[in-house]
Design a protein around this ligand. Sequence first.
Ligand code: NAD
Ligand code: DAU
Length: 364
Amino acid sequence: MRLLVTGGCGFIGSAVVRRVLRTTDWSVVNLDKLTYAAEPRALEETAADPRYRLVVGDVADAELLARLFAEYRPDAVLHLAAESHVDRSIDGPEAFLSTNVVGTFRLLEAALAHWRTLPEPERSRFRFHHVSTDEVFGALADEDPPFRETSAYDPRSPYAASKAAADHLVRAWWHTYGLPVLISNASNNYGPWQFPEKLIPLALTKALAGEPIPVYGRGEQVRDWLFVDDHAAALLAILGRGRVGRTYLVGARAERTNLELVRTLCAILDELVPNSPHRPHAQLIRFVADRPGHDRRYAIDPGRIEAELGWRPSRSLEEGLRATVAWYLAHHDWLVEMRARYDGRRLGLVRPAAAGAEPGGTER
Ligand code: NAD
Ligand code: DAU
């Protein structure tokens, strides 16, 4: 099996590549533009593996895609490349349209042209798996049932809208041209190697430095947390055994408010770093200006993937968070280095404090 992965140097993509090379005999070509969010060091263990190759390039580059498909002749595509951070999409949506929408379109075009050249049985076995997000379904009220595969699309942020557009394109290529596609929509991932612009590594970076931990609004929004390796396992199950043309929602039934989650992280830090001068770390939590259009709640009903594919998360949120905090403690230098890459002020990511935010609350 020859697998073309896009965005394989990102947080989730690197977990997928590591898993494929550890658990299968497949070969992998990873097409990645190496944006600020990429971390090739997450794939250090693959360096000596002749089955792995990195191609640095843009998923929206039609010429490069044509060459890559012709030369490599993949049996499947696992499409993860994306601009993935909601706050960045609010401050600069264009890159989200270029990569998430145009990039997905170009990849579909290249995959279709390649698929049409395949003889049987390769043609029937080919898969185009598009990796998407629960954010395409919009926001739930506290009393609503979780998202299901049949939930209506209702994206709110430029990021979510760009991913929704990509999902629609992928489905259109299935219905119109017969390209054998799969789509999965997952909840918030956490784990090692996540760029510290996202809540968990950002909160840990701040807490370890004794700086204020920014919680948007009053921390009442709810997210449903999924360990990244469990997501990688789900993606491989869907790619291998998912029904063509189907959507699978992936989540671990682990809803928490942001405030609960950050307090849990602080408590784990208190325990794992007993001599920290910043204990109790929860004293560092600050309510700051809310994200515009901040979705209240995401939650996933993973009933289909559980029943059809037998997938289950391998650990509870508490176990996963503990392992994650331990990993970031062991990789503190990496966290500091990555955080230095993230110059929020230069990117204009600091918004004025909302009414009701606590004094000094614009710290990000
Ligand atoms: P990430 O931001 O950590 O990594 C994205 C990767 O894509 C990076 O390596 C980057 O260099 C690459 N990339 C970006 N633009 C590219 C382009 N034009 N051409 C080629 N490569 C490009 O993202 P992530 O958190 O690992 O998310 C991966 C995928 O999973 C995305 O499609 C995202 O929408 C989806 N997803 C993420 C989450 C989550 O919680 N992080 C949850 C559900 C779905
Ligand atoms: O739901 C899946 C999505 O999860 C993915 O599609 C996205 O790619 C991924 O980034 C993530 O989106 P979120 O916006 O939920 O993740 P983020 O880590 O940015 O924020 C999580 C929650 O924490 C959200 O409600 C906003 C809040 N937050 C975030 C940051 C960065 C804070 O309170 N403070 C912060 O500093």
